[in-house]
Ligand binder design. Structure first.
Ligand SMILES: Cc1ncc(COP(=O)(O)O)c(C=O)c1O
Length: 448
């Protein structure tokens, strides 16, 4: 009978959720639930969420950073994936949440997520979004991105009776060596106040002069996913030097610092992300060095993991349909999902592993391209996947599908977004149902 030891021999074992095992029949099982049975119960395509994996990773982030720094907030970056039940789990684990839009804020609020643990980001927050964030039960922090927002926030916060705590998003001009579309902390970026052109200093001065704003600290987000740790260390140096200078010239007090998110996640067998402990160690040590060098008080630390928290916890399960062989060129194996539920390969050229659900230990016999079903040639999920021959009706799983798959999903070709099923200790529960045709037409308005 196949066992966990044989699963461990897979070259991509590390991209599978923590609780992955083989069922007695030899098929993939997550959280004690057989993926084939889940697909039969909930349909395909299907996203399976390993609740234990997510909770363990959340605890690991807290443990590794909290054991190295006196005051730490771990904020889940909700843009990676958000739903009401996920927000409940985030709250139960004692994490805060980084939200980037009125929509994410509304979902957090609808679920009763503690406002004080919400951080509101975004490079073009509207007046309505800022009002929703600061009125009633104000969010913990607004991460202010630009001068327009600073003025708007000061005006809106002035209508209430408390000064709104903020961080300034600063662009430190540190290159994290990620995909150009996910590099954010360099001078040529739409995000944040650049140090290099003096904007960051002007923003500190303006925020300190704003009567309804309480400037608590500085935020950077370098990009994502960052497989090297050095950029975080460089950011510590740059930001502490800047904070010290702002202290000298403007009396700024550096009480809070966020190095953002971007912690890496392995998607394929070749990729290996640094351990969370390694990020924590090097962020903490570099901050210790930098605050000592610049004679600063120790700020509290806020980190914002998204993909590194949710990514490995979700597996996408698809059913194989058509097969097209072009001799000497390529074989396409099409599945029942694609770019509508996972745009990342088309958008970033992202790689994934493709795992034959019913027989993951079978030796690969061919190289195929796993194609989506949508009307774009670019709708390819996995290029050159090494697989045993998969015929129509067989299931294929794409691990590491938790971050930015469903969050970026669409109704392209009037696709129905797949459901999310949480698995834990042999039980499954629906977190989000499959979309229906009624959902698709719900916004349509006909005349007469
Ligand atoms: C400000 C900020 N924080 C955190 C994140 C999360 O990044 P990741 O999911 O790579 O951890 C992002 C991603 O875009 C971001 O812009």
């Amino acid at each position: 009978m196949p066992n966990a030891a044989s699963l461990d021999a897979l070259p991509y074992r590390h991209v599978l959720p923590h609780t992955t095992t083989l069922s007695p029949a030899g098929s993939l099982s997550i959280g004690g639930c057989d993926l084939r049975e889940l697909a039969e119960t909930y349909g395909s395509p299907l996203y399976v969420f390993d609740e234990q994996d997510f909770r363990e990773t959340a605890r690991e982030f807290r443990r590794e950073f909290e054991s190295r720094w006196p005051e730490v907030s771990v904020l889940y970056a909700a843009k990676a994936y958000l739903s009401l039940p996920l927000a409940d789990i985030v709250a139960e684990e004692g994490l805060g949440m980084d939200v980037v839009s009125g929509g994410e804020l509304a979902i957090a609020r609808a679920g009763g997520f503690p406002s004080s643990r919400l951080y509101f980001h975004g490079n073009n927050k509207s007046a309505e979004e800022l009002e929703a964030a600061v009125t009633g039960d104000p969010v913990g922090r607004i991460v202010v991105d630009n001068f327009h927002e600073l003025a708007e926030l000061d005006r809106i916060a002035g209508e209430g009776d408390a000064r709104q705590p903020i961080l300034l998003r600063v662009s430190p001009n540190v290159d994290p060596h990620t995909h150009a579309k996910t590099t954010t902390g360099v001078l040529d970026s739409k995000f944040g106040f650049a140090i290099a052109n003096g904007d960051a200093e002007r923003a500190v001065a303006a925020a300190m002069a704003a009567p309804n704003i309480d400037l608590r600290g500085l935020h950077v987000h370098l990009g994502s996913p960052i497989f090297e740790i050095e950029p975080y260390e460089q950011a510590s140096d740059v930001m502490c030097a800047f904070a010290a200078q702002m202290g000298d010239t403007h009396g700024f007090s550096f009480d809070e610092y966020s190095p953002g998110g971007g912690f890496a996640l392995a998607y394929t067998r070749e990729q290996h992300a640094p351990a969370i402990a390694e990020y924590a160690e090097r962020v903490a040590r570099s901050m210790e060095r930098a605050i000592a060098e610049h004679r600063l008080e120790q700020p509290s630390l806020h980190i914002e993991p998204g993909r590194s928290l949710i990514g490995r916890a979700m597996v996408a399960v698809y059913t194989v349909g058509a097969r097209k062989e072009i001799p000497g060129v390529r074989t396409y194996v099409s599945v029942d999902g694609g770019m509508a539920d996972n745009i990342r390969p088309a958008m970033y050229g992202s790689g994934y592993e493709a795992v034959p659900v019913d027989r993951p230990l079978d030796e690969p016999t061919e190289t195929v391209t796993v194609a989506g079903k949508y009307c774009e040639s670019g709708d390819i999920l996995v290029r050159d996947a090494e697989l045993p021959r998969l015929d129509a009706g067989e299931l294929v799983a794409l691990p590491a599908s938790g971050g930015y798959n469903l969050a970026m999903s669409s109704n392209y070709n009037m696709a129905l977004r797949p459901p999310v099923v949480a698995v834990r200790d042999g039980q499954s529960r629906l977190l989000q149902r499959r979309e229906t045709v009624e959902d698709l037409v719900a916004r349509d308005v006909r005349q007469g």
